[in-house]
Ligand binder design. Structure first.
Ligand code: DC
Length: 227
């Protein structure tokens, strides 16, 4: 267990708006921002690129340990590089997304990435978002939020994102993808997605991003003032 405290931990299911909202919270507080999903995505892309057997946990752990990952924030987007490859866009494709669960259920892979996440979080105050930030990665985070929204709204937002990028999608398929990911995220044995006991639940179904950001910034300020 780590005792890093200067963290706003934001967990929640796919499509709840975590990345956008967490990044804006970080900006408002002047904190660093850490997208841990991007790390699981990069590790998945790397394993696929290296031709690793995605059903071999030991090979996946080794590949993750050796992955030359480099992440930085660049004008409101997380730039992700693995070696000389800029994988910022490809890690968001359905081909990669579909395979993430084969890595993220592996304790060895998670241990490697959690170690890296703690090293990044120990550099200074950070807003970190993912699935297990408040429960596993930073259990002593000063402020924990569980960001949720109805599955219909999450599917609608995801479909809108794809459409904006010029990718044609079928909303029923997007909804089914999200439902399947919820199930995998919540039922995996290691570090399943769940609300930490001390997390504040924010349901964004009927909230604008501004409202969600404002609510979390207020919670974070109150947590820092109280400590
Ligand atoms: O937040 P995202 O959609 O980019 O995350 C991609 C996947 O990575 C998600 O389906 C589950 C996994 N993940 C995880 O297991 N633990 C985290 N802390 C973050 C993401």
């Amino acid at each position: 267990m780590t005792d890093i405290r200067d963290i706003v931990a934001i967990d929640g299911p796919a499509g709840a708006g975590k990345s956008t909202i967490a990044r804006r919270v970080a900006e408002a507080l002047g904190f660093a921002f850490l997208d841990t999903g991007a790390m699981y995505r990069a590790a998945t892309w790397w394993a696929m690129h290296e031709g690793i057997d995605l059903d071999d946990p030991a090979a996946l752990e080794n590949a993750t340990a050796e992955m030359p990952l480099d992440m930085d924030e660049d004008g409101g987007v997380t730039r992700v590089r693995v070696g000389q490859h800029d994988v910022s866009a490809i890690i968001r494709t359905p081909e990669v997304t579909r395979n993430i669960y084969r890595l993220d259920r592996s304790p060895g892979v998670r241990a490697r990435l959690v170690e890296l996440q703690r090293a990044i979080g120990s550099r200074g105050p950070t807003v970190a978002e993912g699935r297990d930030i408040g429960t596993v990665v930073f259990p002593k985070a000063r402020c924990k939020v569980y960001l949720d929204a109805s599955i219909e709204e999450r599917a609608r937002r995801r479909a809108e994102d794809f459409t904006r990028k010029g990718i044609a999608v079928d909303i029923a398929e997007v909804r089914e993808d999200i439902r399947a990911r919820d199930e995998k995220d919540m039922t995996r044995v290691v570090a399943p997605l769940r609300r930490a006991d001390d997390a504040h639940v924010i349901d964004t179904t009927h909230m604008t991003p501004d409202e969600a950001v404002g609510a979390i910034v207020a919670l974070a300020r109150a947590a820092w003032n109280a400590s």
